[in-house]
Design a protein around this ligand. Structure first.
Ligand code: HEM
Length: 438
């Protein structure tokens, strides 16, 4: 019997190239998408396995959903592991499955509804700070401000009232190093990891005293394996808490930064948001139950995440041989999923560079390929914090936009830093102004 002909490998540049979450990759990807089509093969300069960059939503569906068992986390996750240990973002196999099952309830709606109290409190404090800045005619570094906001929300959601044990006289905590230092190098990893001991001490203190709380730490301490009834090991517990601190703040913080930047440059969208938030009553930030009453705020967030997905590219590695359409995927192939490029793919998005929150009206979403939009990933490893961040952003916008608006001080298009999450290279500066209602 003649053997089956081998399937071809996809096209790509002949010069070796290291596909990484960095400036060079970010620059060349849109060119490759145009030149080579839906899958681009790159040869590693270090003799490592080839890397495929995948732009086609059908193939993204195959990698993340229908054939996800064949794909484990790929290149770049070693770096994340240094910072976070073996928490949900990096773990694999049975350990990941067990942890995900145990921790899932902490991210579901009833838990987020309880934690929305924290989001409201931190939003209230944020408004007081920003209002004072408006009254004093000051300018805000919005990138830093929103990062601090999101860090405060996640820290209080994890440690609840015990966060005060970490605070210094100025109200800061050692975890605030994540706002001060945006470069995620080895030095930061060492300093961040040193905080593991303090987290464990707090967990121990609660355990010894039988303190049960409904914050993330409390939920994690109470979580039990469905089969064995065992709690998490100390090591696993701390890995998961550290993961939550990083995963739960940078992404949401930078998304808020982009939303305020976009609003400052699009007065029509700003006016629509104002009209929507002004329908809310009460002298306090919106409640969890109010969130469905803010559909335009939700579309704003969806559109900001399309244009500036914080996780702008992530990776997988093929375990066994697979295929993407007519192309072969040999075992060991690295896969890069460039969220940023797929979100601006002209075959799926009309005028992709244009800011238009109405792309996310239900009928327009239905008409689009489901996998042309995946800021939170898809499938089994989809982000656990999606509902949490939707609610956090809605509460923040719902309250701040009722009182303040922001004037841009720079251009609408800013240079990007694709180093870890997709951030502006320089902090975005906006002038807060008290809103005068019509
Ligand atoms: C706008 C905000 C956010 C975005 C865009 C985002 C994006 C993502 C993406 C793309 C992944 C998948 C990465 C991969 O599979 O390689 C992920 C995973 C994850 N995210 Fe988020 N995230 C956000 C907010 C949050 C928040 C607020 C939390 C926690 C409260 C969180 C916790 C996690 C965790 C634990 C995972 C790992 C899930 C697993 O593999 O089982 N994220 N996120």
């Amino acid at each position: 019997m003649p053997s089956e002909p081998r399937m071809p490998l996809p096209p790509g540049p002949s010069d070796p190239f290291d596909v990484n979450v960095d400036e060079a990759t970010f620059r060349v990807l849109p060119e490759w998408m145009e030149t080579y089509g839906p899958v681009v093969r790159t040869v590693s300069p270090h003799g490592a396995d080839d890397c495929y960059v995948v732009f086609e939503p059908d193939f993204i569906q195959r990698i993340l959903v229908s054939h996800h068992r064949n794909y484990v986390k790929g290149r770049g996750f070693e770096r994340v592991k240094m910072l976070l240990g073996n928490g949900l973002i990096v773990s694999e196999g049975e350990h990941w499955r067990r942890q995900r099952r145990m921790l899932q309830p902490a991210f579901q709606r009833p838990s987020v509804a309880r934690l929305s109290g924290v989001m409201r409190a931190v939003t209230g404090r944020c408004l007081r700070r920003w209002r004072a800045a408006a009254e004093a005619g000051q300018v805000l570094d919005m990138t830093r401000e929103t990062s601090t906001f999101a860090l405060e929300v996640i820290l209080e959601s994890i440690f609840g009232e015990d966060l005060k044990r970490f605070r210094d006289d100025a109200g800061s905590t050692p975890f605030h190093m994540l706002v001060d230092e945006t470069v995620r190098d080895l030095q930061l990893a060492v300093r961040f990891r040193a905080l593991r001991r303090e987290v464990l001490q707090l967990a121990d203190w609660r355990r010894r005293r039988g303190i049960e709380r409904a914050d993330f730490l409390g939920l994690y301490l109470a979580a039990r394996d469905a089969q064995t009834g065992a709690p998490m090991s100390d090591e696993a517990l701390v890995d998961e808490v550290m993961t939550l601190i990083v995963a739960g703040h940078e992404t949401t913080g930078v998304t808020l930064n982009w939303i305020w930047h976009l609003l400052a440059h699009h007065p029509q969208a700003e006016a629509r948001l104002h009209a929507e938030v002004d329908t809310l009553e009460g002298a306090a930030p919106p409640r969890f139950e109010d969130v469905p009453r803010l559909p335009f705020a939700r579309r704003l967030m969806d559109e900001a995440l399309r244009l500036y997905p914080p996780v702008w590219m992530f990776t997988r590695r093929a375990l066994a041989e697979d295929r993407l359409g007519d192309w072969a995927v040999p075992p060991g192939t690295q896969i890069a999923l460039p969220v940023y490029c797929v979100h601006r793919h002209p075959a799926h998005w009309e005028e992709p560079e244009r800011f238009d929150p109405d792309r996310f009206l239900p009928e327009r979403v239905r008409a689009r390929h489901r996998y042309a939009y995946f800021p939170f990933s898809m499938g089994a490893r989809r982000c656990t914090g999606e509902v949490f961040s939707h609610v956090e952003i809605a509460i923040h916008l719902g309250w701040i936009a009722r009182h303040l608006r922001f004037e841009p001080l720079g251009p609408a298009t800013v240079p990007l830093d694709p180093g870890v999450n997709l951030r502006p290279r320089e902090g975005i500066r906006l002038r807060p102004l008290l809103r005068t209602r019509a």
